[in-house]
Design a protein around this ligand. Structure first.
Ligand code: 5GP
Ligand code: MG
Ligand code: MG
Length: 181
């Protein structure tokens, strides 16, 4: 067993499943955005791995920008108070913006981001996430492209961390509980 895998209790989504899903999402987005002015916005750091794969699965000219936000609170939950740590470099005015997220949990981060970005007058604004925990939603957010719906468990891998670790796991897994209790 590998050094990282020994900390994983269960694999929820395999590397192969991720590959297939990202390819499929890329094909759908390619169709939907043909002839548009597509700009992907990666929400750092969790979505960086997904963004890297997804952008290469989209067969269209597009631009990429990054934003880092932090939500105050504990490392395994979200408070809804969002602070922009790093803003976009580019203007999104008249762009067809697609926010790329790792996971939507309470939905509080995204509903804040959505409001903020809409104020900058994009031509359109949609949301794409590789993971979704619908049971945990505290506010309604319309998710336009969603990879996998997962149960209410804390997951790591494919960009998602626990205490800044495990982002480089190639699959989505659940940590052994003794590691974060
Ligand atoms: P929300 O505002 O939707 O509650 O927060 C979403 C953010 O919380 C994600 O972008 C992620 O950083 C973090 N998060 C929520 N659930 C999980 C999880 O199961 N694992 C990890 N590693 N982060 C999570
Ligand atoms: Mg995120
Ligand atoms: Mg995190």
């Amino acid at each position: 067993m590998s050094n990282l895998s020994k900390d994983i209790e269960e694999i929820l989504i395999t590397e192969e499943q991720l590959k297939e899903k990202v390819a499929e999402m890329g094909r759908i987005i390619t169709k939907d955005y043909e002839g548009k002015n597509l700009m992907l916005i990666c929400i750092l750091k969790g979505a960086a791995t997904f963004m890297s794969d997804l952008s290469r699965a989209i067969d269209l000219p597009l631009s990429i920008d990054f934003m880092a936000v932090s939500s105050y609170g504990c490392s395994t939950c979200s408070s809804g108070i969002v602070k922009i740590i790093k803003d976009l470099d580019m203007s999104i005015e008249k762009k067809d913006v697609l926010i790329v997220e790792d996971i939507i949990d309470s939905g509080l981060t995204l509903s804040y981001l959505r409001r903020t970005l809409l104020g900058r007058k994009p031509n359109s604004l949609k949301i794409c996430t590789i993971l979704d925990k619908p049971e945990r939603r505290e506010t309604h957010v319309k998710v336009d492209y969603s990879g996998f719906k997962i149960p209410d468990r804390f997951v790591v891998g494919y960009g998602l961390d626990f205490d800044e670790k495990y982002r480089n796991l190639p699959y989505i897994g659940v940590l052994k509980p003794e590691l974060y209790n």
